[in-house]
Design a protein around this ligand. Structure first.
Ligand SMILES: C[S@@+](CC[C@H](N)C(=O)[O-])C[C@H]1O[C@@H](n2cnc3c(N)ncnc32)[C@H](O)[C@@H]1O
Length: 344
């Protein structure tokens, strides 16, 4: 086949940027919104394997999730749809025995169905388990069945979590809120850890710039790091007195550290990217060679690609970009994952 169809998802309001990035890879591509500003059909003028390979190699910043569309089934929005889907799966039998399979169903928000997306999983799981000897799972799947329900059409595809860019349904990362959680911002660093395959516990000593109220700091402490938290604002009282924590209640422009004091630098300052990146650049001697930086970049006036370029201009050549990604928990911002290179 010389063309292929996918469904792409981005954070609300950022789909146009994801489309721009995909268009750069496939100039003849066509898009149609399924959910305004967020979820869209992609008709690419290339075979599915080629599209997937290109998206994995040049992963778009704003493409949160992608699923292939290999089959399109008619929907009446009644319970009969589930029977048809069951029958379809019974005929398809696409899995090897013992594979872990997750059914991930979504629907367009406005349209009412006689069943919920979860009802699709409930209907298919027993068939997969009893008739096809696969293990139905929610996370950690070998394969994902993606089902997207719209007014009249069910878009169906099977792929790996890696090919989908995320193993969460639609890339919507749902962490459970802990009772003692200091701030929701903690989810951003948790998601960065997962998305960038970053094992935070492998680091020794972290500098957290713009740390208050302390969600990121608390995660770094949970990962057993020594943490230096810098913020003119106060950290949550539950963090004070932690033996591995040094709190500097100061502006990041007023602190100085020994060269190579840290192997991890994180910064979640809600500030203009220009000012933020200049401040971070001044603190970079404190990051050892080979050290890693995770930095949130505010998208102040939209123009996100220009913002990323300008931010990187201030951080390079000391830091090299490993990945830029708008995470599900990023609102009007995105996250940079960088590494400090050896000086030439
Ligand atoms: C979004 S909050 C950080 C949330 C934090 N990551 C967490 O997990 O709880 C942004 C913080 O950046 C701090 N900030 C802004 N400008 C700063 C500066 N020049 N130096 C240090 N901190 C700054 C603010 O005081 C604010 O507490």
């Amino acid at each position: 086949m010389t063309s292929s169809r996918f469904i792409g998802s981005a954070n609300f309001g950022f789909a146009q940027y994801a489309q721009e990035e995909i268009r750069r890879l496939f100039p003849g591509v066509k898009f149609r919104y399924l959910e305004a500003g967020e979820v869209f059909l992609i008709d690419a003028p290339a075979p599915a394997e080629e599209v997937t390979a290109a998206l994995l190699e040049h992963e778009p910043i704003f493409l949160r999730h992608i699923q292939p569309v290999q089959h399109e089934l008619p929907l009446g929005k009644t319970a009969d749809d589930l029977m048809r889907l069951i029958q379809f799966m019974q005929e398809l039998r696409p899995f090897a025995a013992g594979e872990k399979v997750a059914v991930q169903a979504r629907k367009v928000k406005e349209v009412k169905f006689a069943y919920t997306p979860f009802g699709v999983k409930d209907a298919l799981d027993p068939i997969l388990e009893q008739e096809q000897s696969v293990e139905p799972v929610v996370r950690g799947a070998d394969k994902i069945i993606s089902v997207y329900l719209t007014d009249g059409t069910c878009y169906f595809g099977i792929s790996t979590p890696y090919e989908n860019l995320s193993d969460w349904n639609g890339g919507m990362v749902r962490y459970r809120k802990e009772e003692e959680q200091v701030s929701r911002a903690k989810f951003k660093l948790l998601e960065a850890e997962e998305r960038f395959h970053l094992d935070l516990s492998q680091f020794r000593s972290a500098l957290d710039i713009g740390a208050a109220p302390g969600g990121w700091t608390s995660l770094l402490l949970e990962r057993d790091l020594q943490v230096t938290a810098v913020d003119p604002g106060a950290l949550h009282p539950s963090l004070s007195g932690h033996p591995n924590l040094t709190i500097l209640q100061k502006n990041a422009g007023d602190v100085v550290f020994a060269e190579g004091a840290f192997d991890l630098l994180v910064c979640d300052m809600s500030w203009s990217p220009k000012q933020m990146s200049k401040l971070v650049a001044e603190l970079l001697p404190a990051l050892e060679t080979g050290g890693v930086a995770v930095i949130t970049v505010k998208l102040m006036h939209k123009k996100p690609f220009q913002t990323v370029r300008e931010t990187l201009e201030n951080l390079e050549p000391q830091l090299v970009l490993l990945k830029a990604k708008q995470l599900f928990h990023n609102r009007e911002e995105l996250t940079l994952y960088l590494m400090k290179e050896e000086e030439l």
